[in-house]
Design a binder for this molecule. Structure first.
Ligand code: UDP
Length: 325
């Protein structure tokens, strides 16, 4: 395939680019390097069939040209990471809403397939675990900034599905659950790189709240594998899919203990109240587990990499180059 990856210099985008190139696909990558990094794609630069542009999806002529050249668009460009969202809500809403509007509008002109990245955040405060794609979304109040991310992504989903329904633009929406692996930075609040860095530096491991909240983590290569399957599966069009690990739920306190053990760190584990960690009145999700039966029925996908292995690979990523810590 000829794929355009928006946000391609990000953590997930760079792994997707690598996997597509390894299959012999052509990759066009667009990234404004706001949270992505040129270091993530440095090793791809000389590869045949690899093209990249440092620009924003809001640059209409550039995005239009790249969409023309591609036959499928992976739209990953977005403001992500809870810390970033709490700190820069205007940028989050504008990037996520206007960026997706632009990509869908331009893709529609040439009827190019678009896979739109969404997030498990859209389930909001729902406690109807495991989350099914057609379940209700339970948002918090608009005065609580964190929910702007979920709402902006829910609008992206509505818009993508509207393009399919009204204009027959082939779209696929995928909701990512906590995805982890090398190149993910702790800078925007993601828990695993954060804890691993703290452990390696001998700093306290910060567990927010009482640590009883749980998540299920998916390794990036497992996610990449299924995104390619979804791009190639005509029956996926017009649908929403959870993409996440449904087999290994872990509390954040247990996660911190595992990180401490696997890095042989002497760091203490400390509990940090949410108000201090993020902002006054911050609301967290107690549990977040996907129901992936829809995805599994269509693609047969199973996540292969288990949590301990994920942790070891992230630890290896940070220890192999001290500059990353
Ligand atoms: N968290 C934590 N310590 C950290 C960073 C995050 O305890 O240094 C918690 C966070 O409050 C949440 C979970 O870990 O309950 C996962 O956070 P992350 O930002 O990685 O993803 P989220 O699931 O919130 O999107």
């Amino acid at each position: 395939m000829k794929a355009l990856i928006t946000g391609g210099a990000g953590f997930l985008g760079s792994h997707l680019a690598e996997a597509l190139l390894a299959r012999g696909d052509t990759v066009y990558l667009l990234d404004n390097l706001s949270t992505g990094s040129i270091d993530n794609i440095e090793h791809l630069k000389g590869a045949p069939r690899f093209h990249y542009a440092v620009d924003s999806v809001m640059n209409e002529p550039v995005t239009a040209e790249l969409i023309d050249r591609a036959d499928v668009v992976f739209h990953l460009a977005a403001a992500v990471g809870v810390r970033l969202i709490v700190e820069s809500p205007v940028n989050t809403i504008e990037t996520n809403v206007h960026g997706t509007e632009m990509v869908l509008k331009l893709a529609n002109k040439k009827k190019k397939k678009v896979l739109v990245a969404s997030t498990s955040e859209v389930y909001g405060k729902s406690d109807d675990v495991p989350f099914r794609e057609d379940a209700d979304l339970v948002m918090g109040a608009t005065v609580k900034g964190r929910w702007s991310y979920a709402c902006s992504k829910a609008i992206d989903e509505f818009l993508a599905l509207a393009y399919w329904k009204e204009k027959k633009l082939p779209v696929v929406v995928f909701r990512l659950f906590n995805t982890v692996g090398p190149r993910q930075t702790g800078r925007y609040g993601m828990v695993i790189p954060n804890l691993v860095k703290q452990a390696l530096l001998g700093h306290p491991l910060t567990v927010f709240g009482d640590g009883g909240q749980s998540r299920s983590f998916t390794y990036v290569s497992d996610v990449v594998e299924v995104l390619v399957k979804l791009a190639e599966e005509p029956r996926a069009v017009g649908q929403v899919f959870n993409v996440g690990n449904d087999r290994e739920e872990v509390t954040i306190l247990d996660l911190a203990r595992r990180v401490k053990a696997r890095t042989a760190s002497k760091s203490q584990i400390v509990l940090v109240p949410y108000d201090q960690a993020y902002e006054e009145g911050f609301e967290d999700m107690p549990r977040r587990v996907p129901d992936v039966s829809r995805l599994r029925a269509l693609t047969g996908w199973q996540p292969k990499v288990h949590l301990d292995e994920i942790l070891d690979r992230v630890i290896e990523y940070f220890t192999s180059d001290k500059a990353r810590v």
